[in-house]
Design a protein. Structure first.
Length: 252
């Protein structure tokens, strides 16, 4: 191996460890916010390099247990390339995440949850409504995908990526939420906004008739939302500080 090849390999290794650490942090943050669902649902991140591998949780660990080294590396066929312990991967998780990683070159990370408020809004006839500033910041980034059953049929991938289009957020009807972004910090920021919007909607609608903002306000806020993902430059360091104070130990 030449010096240049060794240097490239070391750089890729460092880059992968950074992604592993961020993804493990995201799993623990999901648990911290109470959005997890036992060992189900999944977050993933593309491994830097030419091999089209991505990282996902080992099927059987709770989200608050995930560490950087416990994440499972899989290829685009769902075969385990590397595992730090458990080698099992949720088949439905592979279907959903491989669809987005394969269909969207810009999707460095993908996050999917079954959190109750997200599922509730996904099942609402009108989906996400502009009931809050948070929701209005999401609407331009949002798409929908109809429920087809537990995502075990690989043929669904084509329809899922078609419905996602170029959006960064999706409501999986009667199922949950999904976000995709350039990297883990951006994708988690989208996830936070979408989940918060859903939580607000469930609470608002439980109180009785709701007040809708003007169409002008909705359009203005949509225009202002174009740089929403860039908020991760501020939100992610703060989230990591929060996690380090509540549940450290993920970066091993």
């Amino acid at each position: 191996m030449t010096t240049n090849e060794q240097s490239t390999e070391q750089d890729l290794s460092k880059a992968e460890w950074k992604v592993r650490t961020e993804l493990a942090a995201a799993y623990r943050l999901v648990a911290l916010f109470g959005w997890d669902d036992l060992v189900f649902t999944h977050l993933s991140a593309r491994v830097p390099g030419p091999d089209h591998h991505f990282l996902i949780n080992p099927y059987g660990l709770l989200f608050h247990e995930i560490t950087a080294s416990s994440l499972v590396k899989v290829d685009r066929d769902g075969e385990v390339v590397e595992a730090g312990g458990l080698r099992r991967v949720n088949p439905a998780g592979f279907t959903i995440h491989s669809a987005v990683h394969m269909g969207r070159e810009d999707a460095g990370a993908v996050m999917h949850l079954h959190a109750p408020d997200g599922v509730a809004v996904s099942a609402h006839r009108d989906g996400l409504l502009p009931l809050s500033q948070t929701a209005m910041l999401c609407l331009n980034h949002l798409s929908y995908h109809d429920y087809e059953g537990v995502a075990l049929d690989l043929d669904e991938r084509e329809r899922l990526i078609r419905d996602l289009g170029d959006k960064s957020m999706m409501l999986l009807r009667n199922h949950g939420v999904l976000t995709a972004g350039k990297h883990v910090p951006e994708t988690f920021t989208y996830l936070y906004f979408l989940m918060k919007a859903c939580e607000i909607q469930v609470k608002a609608q439980s109180c009785g008739p709701t007040w809708m903002p003007s169409e002008h306000a909705i359009r203005t806020t949509a225009d202002q939302s174009q740089a929403l993902g860039s908020a991760s430059a501020l939100t992610w360091p703060a989230l990591v500080r929060l996690l380090d104070s509540k549940n450290p130990g993920y970066a091993v």
